[in-house]
Design a protein around this ligand. Structure first.
Ligand SMILES: [Zn+2]
Ligand SMILES: [Zn+2]
Length: 171
C-alpha cells in the first residue's frame, strides 16, 4: 500500500485508511500478529521532502514476559516523519531540521510505502518487557503454575513457619 507523491496537492493531503491485519517479523524466527490498523495523518510537500505526521491505532498479540500467556495490547502510536530523497549520510550532516522528534526517512521520491511505515512504527511502539497486566504475578519458579490463576502448592510451603518445618523434620 502506497501513497503516490503526485497525490499530494499544494494544500497537502489528509488520509484516513484501514489496513488489514499482518504479521510483523521480529528478530530470529519470531513474529507477532498485528490487528487491522487505522492510519490517519496529513502529508505536506516542501522543497526538501515530504512531512507526514499522524497516528496509528491497532492492537498486537504479545506474550507476557512474566506468565508467558498471550494477550492483546492496544497501541496508539503518534508519528512525525520527514521523507527525504537525500542519502542518509547527507541527512545526518544536515542540521536544517533540529527537532529531534522528527524522524527522517529515506525514500525514492515517488511514493511512500505505508506498510514499511506501519511495520517500523509498530515495532518501535512495542514494549521491551510486555506484561499482560502491570501486576502480573508470573509463574511459580518451582512448579511453573500461573500464579494469576491461583496459588500453587509451593505457596503453602513458602508461608510455613520455618521453625515448624525444623520440628517436622525431627519427627
Ligand atoms: Zn502475565
Ligand atoms: Zn509452585
Amino acid at each position: 500500500m502506497y501513497i503516490e507523491i503526485k497525490e499530494i496537492g499544494p494544500e497537502g493531503l489528509a488520509i484516513s485508511r484501514s489496513i488489514g491485519a499482518f504479521r510483523l517479523p521480529l528478530s530470529g524466527r519470531d513474529s507477532i500478529q498485528v490487528d487491522t490498523v487505522h492510519l490517519s495523518g496529513e502529508l505536506n510537500k516542501d522543497a526538501d521532502g515530504i512531512s507526514f505526521a499522524g497516528r496509528i491505532e491497532t492492537a498486537a498479540k504479545l506474550s507476557c514476559s512474566r506468565c508467558l500467556e498471550e494477550y492483546s495490547l492496544s497501541l496508539e502510536l503518534p508519528f512525525d516523519l520527514f521523507y527525504t530523497t537525500e542519502p542518509e549520510s547527507a541527512a545526518a550532516a544536515d542540521n536544517r531540521i533540529d527537532d529531534d522528534l522528527i524522524t527522517r526517512v529515506h525514500y525514492d521520491g515517488v511514493r511512500i510505502d505505508l506498510q514499511a511505515l506501519l511495520s517500523e512504527q509498530v515495532y518501535l511502539g512495542l514494549p521491551l518487557k510486555p506484561l499482560c497486566r502491570p501486576d502480573c504475578l508470573g509463574l511459580c519458579p518451582r512448579c511453573g503454575t500461573n500464579l494469576n490463576e491461583g496459588d500453587c502448592a509451593c505457596a503453602e510451603k513458602r508461608t510455613e513457619d520455618p521453625r515448624l518445618r525444623v520440628l517436622k523434620n525431627l519427627l
